[in-house]
Design a protein around this ligand. Structure first.
Ligand code: BTN
Length: 255
């Protein structure tokens, strides 16, 4: 990764032409005491995974499929904030490299023209008191062209190259994501979540909108008010009751 401007992030790189999932490898490396900031990156994933046990389409040559290993000394309840920290870092990296309009859809989708360009998957190894290791998986669609997406993704996915109209350097995108991720990780560990929350809300699409949230326990609709200091989404239903949403898929409507 020539040109990388970080101290620790991406300084130890584990690269694969093809792998089942960089997430899985990063979990193994975490147990083998790999250093903080270790970056696992693959040209192709055979069984890339997304949130809620979904598959993540990770073909060869066009995307960025990577996992970063962190070891924050924090309780496990803080882990969801890392998805939001990463989202802010990815938005800024995309703005640096491509200068295109990007938005965040809570909790982990980065959208361009309302289509998904990046997904983030935060997983952890922890006990009830403390995180042992935190694995941030980032999947970015970079140089796919419309014809490259399978039919079921055509309406919901896009790539940086489609949005910008030119081929984008994947190495450059990785360098900028690593740079901002390291920067925001440091800010977060020193100053807490408040500065990140402000930035996150400035990029978020769903805040103030009428949304439907599908959670494990059912569906809720209402207005997305914002996120808490923990990164939890606040939704006000039509009776004025405010719900805290920890995990869900959201959609917004014009109501
Ligand atoms: C989502 O939006 O559901 C999250 C997708 C995360 C995909 C990335 S690609 C690199 C890393 N390895 C995986 O198997 N998944 C994550």
């Amino acid at each position: 990764l020539l040109g990388l401007e970080t101290k620790t992030f991406g300084r130890n790189v584990v690269y694969f032409d093809s792998v089942d999932s960089t997430q899985k490898i990063a979990h193994q490396l975490a147990q083998d005491q790999a250093p903080e900031g270790t970056l696992v990156i693959a040209e192709e994933q055979k069984t890339g995974r997304g949130r809620m046990a979904r598959a993540w389409y990770s073909p060869s040559g066009t995307g960025i499929w990577m996992s970063v290993l962190l070891r924050p000394t924090l309780p496990p309840q803080k882990a969801p904030q890392f998805t939001l920290i990463t989202a802010v870092a990815v938005v800024q990296a995309i703005q640096d490299v491509c200068d295109i309009q990007v938005e965040i859809k809570w909790p982990n989708d980065i959208l361009v023209n309302n289509r998904k360009i990046t997904g983030i998957l935060t997983e952890l190894q922890a006990d009830s008191e403390q995180i042992h290791s935190l694995i941030i998986g980032i999947g970015m669609n970079v140089n796919q062209q419309t014809d490259d997406f399978p039919e079921e993704l055509l309406d919901i996915a896009t790539s940086l190259s489609i949005a910008k109209g030119e081929i984008i350097s994947r190495a450059k995108v990785v360098q900028h994501v690593m740079f901002h991720l390291e920067r925001y990780y440091k800010i977060y560990m020193e100053k807490g979540f408040a500065p990140i929350k402000l930035l996150w809300e400035s990029y978020a699409l769903s805040i103030g909108k009428h949304i439907t949230a599908r959670t494990m326990n059912g569906t809720l609709t209402g207005i997305a008010l914002g996120i808490t200091d923990e990164g939890v989404l606040l939704l006000e239903d039509e009776n004025g009751t405010i719900h805290q949403i920890y995990s869900a898929d959201i959609e917004w409507s014009s109501k």
